[in-house]
Design a protein around this ligand. Structure first.
Ligand code: GRF
Length: 211
């Protein structure tokens, strides 16, 4: 049984998709904890209601990023994680923290990386006139939103899209691909070679949603 620790900052819909897939697909894993940097993150209630351990580490209680990350790492380590899953965890992480979990920490970013790292991805994709947008699950490395890519989902950008309509279309695909990526990790079917990640069972690492 592998231990999955999920970090959230808000509603936690990706976390929910992972919790549900882990149970319904009988992964060789359990959700060991859901941890938030915000005490009022909606997703904490969802996890607690399902008997999952929860914890919060409020970043406002720490004078420096390093202090916060050290306490966060201690809290995560308390749940003996095999994989740390960032699911809408809205904090920039220090290099020390990332190195501590390197190779066993995943993130989902709502763009087709390497396009649009950082914030406001949907507004930027619309503004740039992109015809495709999407989401990327990647291993976390010290450079923000740049780690080896595990899976991507692409959706069309439609005439008249707003950041909200595009984000809803992308989020639907996030809920499909993030559980898949975490399952691959806990099943041990990912092979990382530099920036390239292969799925050893030949499962699709690209989803293209119909227009
Ligand atoms: C998602 O769009 C994810 O890609 C981004 O933050 C959002 C989190 O949503 N990193 P949720 O909390 O999983 O509902």
């Amino acid at each position: 049984m592998k231990n999955i620790v999920i970090l959230i900052s808000g509603r936690g819909s990706n976390m929910e998709a992972i919790v549900e897939a882990c149970a319904s697909q009988q992964w060789p894993a359990r959700i060991a904890a859901v941890i938030s940097n915000k005490l009022d993150a909606g997703g904490l209630r969802y996890a607690a209601d399902r008997g999952i351990a929860t914890a919060s580490v409020n970043h406002k209680d720490y004078a420096t990023r390093e202090d916060f990350d050290a306490e966060l790492a201690r809290t995560i380590d308390g749940f003996a994680p095999d994989v740390v899953v960032l699911a809408g965890f809205m904090r920039i992480l220090t290099e020390g923290f990332v190195r501590h979990f390197e190779g066993r920490m995943l993130n989902i970013h709502p763009s087709l990386l390497p396009a649009f790292p950082g914030l406001h991805t949907h507004a930027r994709a619309i503004e740039a006139g992109c015809k495709l947008a999407g989401a990327t699950v990647h291993f976390v490395t010290p450079e923000l939103d740049h780690g080896p890519i595990v899976v991507q989902a692409a959706v069309p950008v439609l005439p008249g899209d707003t950041p909200d309509t595009l984000s809803a279309r992308v989020l639907q695909q996030e809920h499909a691909v993030y559980p898949r990526a975490v399952r691959w990790f806990v099943e041990g079917t990912l092979q990382v070679n530099g920036h390239q990640v292969a799925q050893t069972e030949g499962e699709a690492q690209l989803v293209v949603a119909a227009a």
